[in-house]
Design a protein around this ligand. Structure first.
Ligand SMILES: [Zn+2]
Ligand SMILES: [Zn+2]
Length: 267
């Protein structure tokens, strides 16, 4: 399985794109602005999209992508998300005001997109060319949200993505029960903005440490930090390093890296 990082920034700027991952060639995880780097053929080859939540930085490219490749595809693009996320997309994006209702275009019988409800705890079997098992993980955010644990359908370790979240004990309970190849976890704000992080239900370095301290002893896997604001990335990463150097529980002796866009994670 291969995960191509299309976007992993908490905002846009030159060279910074928002959250989106291409898993193998057929599954998209979130549809932030990173999708715009795909060719038409690459976009048209995606059969399923799973969304963590309705925030714009995770869905911005979905309407544009449907417009770009809907007519090149022979089947609707299947979008899988929590019921509340789908309702938000229908009400606020695909409402024939912001963007056309592609659930009925070009026809109700053969639309560009279909929406499919998912729920936390559910396990999906997706991947038209490269079958995958996708478990929907809990997240704690200002809107209903989730994370994902994805592995090949025939076995192997999981790629785990937290989505946007704050403190989340049920997430660790589940992750500790899985064979994890790598964890991608958000840290959207620096310690300086810890109050804002708490209000917007995102992580900051000290809370990240508390969270990682819940990883079962003996479990070792690389941890990639995502969703850093472009203006704060260096500050966030150096604060994590300082806490790690002080042997703060959760960060000491962990393999923590900043997630780079354009990279490919293979396992
Ligand atoms: Zn969010
Ligand atoms: Zn976000």
């Amino acid at each position: 399985m291969q995960v191509r990082v299309l976007g992993c920034s908490g905002a846009i700027a030159k060279g910074c794109r928002t959250t989106s991952f291409l898993v193998d060639s057929d599954l998209l995880v979130d549809a932030g602005t990173g999708v715009g780097d795909l060719t038409l053929d690459e976009m048209a080859a995606i059969d399923d999209v799973v969304l963590t939540h309705s925030h714009l930085d995770h869905i911005a490219a979905l309407p544009l992508m449907l417009d770009a490749v809907g007519s090149r595809r022979t089947r609707p693009l299947r979008v899988h998300a929590l019921r509340a996320t789908i309702e938000a997309l229908r009400a606020h994006v695909f409402n024939n005001v912001i963007w056309p209702d592609f659930e009925s275009i070009p026809s109700l019988e053969a639309p560009f997109v279909t929406f499919h409800d998912i729920a936390v705890g559910q396990v999906l079997a997706l991947g038209s060319r490269e079958p995958k098992r996708i478990e929907v993980l809990p997240a704690v955010h200002t809107v209903p949200a989730c994370g994902f644990a994805i592995r090949r359908a025939d076995g192997g370790p999981h790629w785990v993505f937290s989505g946007d979240t704050e403190r989340n004990a049920p997430f660790w309970e589940r992750v500790n029960a899985l064979d994890v190849a790598m964890l991608v976890i958000e840290t959207a704000f620096s310690s300086r903005e810890q109050v804002l992080a708490e209000r917007s239900l995102h992580l900051s370095p000290a809370v990240l440490a508390d969270e990682l301290a819940q990883i079962e002893p003996g479990k070792r896997y690389p941890i990639y930090i995502t969703h850093t604001k472009p203006a704060e990335t260096e500050e966030i990463m150096s604060q994590i390093e300082v806490l790690a150097a002080r042997q703060v529980a959760g960060l000491a002796e962990r393999d923590i890296r900043w997630l780079k866009a354009d990279g490919v994670l293979t396992f």
